[in-house]
Design a protein around this ligand. Structure first.
Ligand code: ZN
Length: 475
């Protein structure tokens, strides 16, 4: 019995480790309880063959070991019995010692969850599951929201959360393979774009950072930009084409559905992102001039089976990933066109992808990973003429910031925390601009909450970023 449990836990541990390059933490459980059956199937089909081979080899060995233990089990009842009793005694002494060393309940919990051996794989699962349970209980708690520090500087704020798009494939940022952002070039006058480092190489990690501006600690409840927007007098509308979280509560969906005045969830993964367009149009059209709007659009982007994320007509090139990014650009251009008509209001659109992907040269296909391309995401701001006229200095800062986004050695200077900071500014929640003014790069490059592994690989030859591209005629 115990061996079966160990084999199953070990297998899940290894599978997650190989796919995400991380030991299972509470985000493992968010992913497990958060993914629909359909998405799980796509994950499995995008799994690397080499990793699958390693998994199967491990499983075979583990099963052999379990079988060997079973066949020898009688040994423990024979004259080897003393060996079993001694090891049991050693464990008991050690556990009692661990439990009595400190005080009270906290230690009892630590004792039960074997914190002293938390780095061994079975207890890691128990610990992370307990943390997940704790998180899901307190994620509904909204702490007191501070009063706005000053009037908002925009009337309509649209945040588009992308999925699995890497900055390394944005032609707007220098990629020369295919013109993946060509659809956006008519809007270049109002666009600022830069590559940033993301906090976390998977959705469950990166999106909570965008929502809260930090690594959420659930104990005292969590404050998100949606709560701040409501406090600042904005109507919160959230549209989502991400897979619906049926089985468990995940922070991301709990936050979006609980904290938005209106929340629309499309049929999970069944439609392309263009299904969001009529919903977006309705949200914009039904907002009177006197009302402020915080609209969040959570796209399905390029996730996880890239070729299924765009209609067949959008397959322009052999590379499915480039096609999906071009498709997203086309939708962004359409949505900007709708926003641009609201010239009686100050309108801003922010696009950021949650994380990128590992490219085929490194991952075998387009998969989650810990390559540079998985950690470098595109951040784009567009604003209408009225907003720019009203906020000349703020906008100029962004243009300057974009020029500083890539250091001489090619490393990125900013993280995705720029987004929650920008939202604080736009909503009027920050007393002074929370955004680092140039050239305060030290402030800007907030330490990563989830730093990439030190051996982050650059597998695919890639053209260095060119942040001046956005100003040019075509990209
Ligand atoms: Zn994601």
């Amino acid at each position: 019995m115990a061996t079966v449990v160990l084999v199953v836990i070990g297998l899940a541990h290894l599978a997650y480790g190989l796919a995400i390059d991380s030991v299972p933490d509470e985000y493992f459980w968010f992913t497990v309880f958060g993914s629909s059956f359909r998405e799980a199937r796509e994950y499995v089909s995008s799994y690397r063959y080499s990793d699958a081979f390693r998994l199967v080899s491990w499983l075979l060995l583990a099963c052999l070991a379990a079988y060997w233990l079973w066949s020898r089990a009688t040994v423990l009842h024979g004259h080897w019995r003393w060996f079993g009793w001694i090891s049991l005694l050693v464990w008991l002494v050690w556990l009692t010692n661990a439990a009595t060393k400190g005080d009270g309940a906290a230690d009892a919990i630590r004792f039960l969850t074997l914190s002293k051996v938390e780095r061994t794989y079975p207890s890691m699962f128990i610990r992370s599951y307990l943390r997940y349970r704790e998180s899901s209980a307190s994620m509904f708690v909204i702490p007191p929201v501070p009063e706005p520090a000053r009037p908002s500087i925009a009337d309509v704020v649209v945040l588009i959360i992308g999925e699995s798009a890497s900055a390394q494939r944005w032609s707007l940022l220098g990629y020369q393979g295919n013109p993946t952002n060509a659809a956006l070039s008519p809007w270049r006058e109002g666009i600022v774009a830069l590559p940033v480092q993301t906090n976390g190489n998977n959705t469950a990690r990166a999106v909570p950072v965008l929502l809260t501006g930090r690594q959420p600690e659930f104990a005292e409840g969590v404050l998100t930009y949606l709560d701040k927007a409501a406090k600042a007098g904005f109507t919160g509308v959230t549209l989502s084409n991400q897979t619906r979280f049926d089985i468990g509560d995940s922070f991301i969906f709990t936050a979006f559905s609980q904290r938005s005045a209106q929340f629309h969830q499309l049929q999970p993964g069944a439609q392309w992102d263009e299904a969001l367009t009529p919903l977006l149009a309705r949200a914009l059209d039904s907002t009177p001039v006197s009302e402020k709007l915080m609209l969040t659009v959570y796209t399905y982007g390029s996730h996880p089976d890239v070729k299924d994320r765009y209609p067949p007509a959008a397959a322009q090139w052999p590379d499915a990933y480039d096609n999906s990014i071009a498709y997203t650009s086309r939708l962004l251009a359409e949505w900007i066109a709708r926003l641009a008509r609201m010239d009686d209001r100050r309108a801003v659109l922010i696009y950021i992808s949650d994380h990128g992907l590992a490219f085929p040269a490194c991952g075998g296909s387009y998969v989650h990973g810990s390559t540079r391309s998985a950690y470098e995401v595109p951040l784009m701001l567009w604003s209408n003429a009225r907003f720019r006229a009203d906020n000349v200095a703020w906008w100029a800062q962004w243009q300057e910031r974009a020029q500083q986004a890539v250091a001489a050695d090619g490393t990125l200077q900013f993280t995705n925390l720029l987004v929650p900071f920008a939202l604080d500014d736009l909503l009027g929640m920050a007393p002074a601009s929370k955004l680092p003014a140039a050239p305060m790069l030290a402030v800007a490059s907030q330490p990563l909450l989830y730093p990439p592994p030190t051996d982050t690989r650059q597998c695919e030859p890639f053209t260095p970023y060119d942040v001046t591209k956005a100003l040019q005629q075509n990209y």
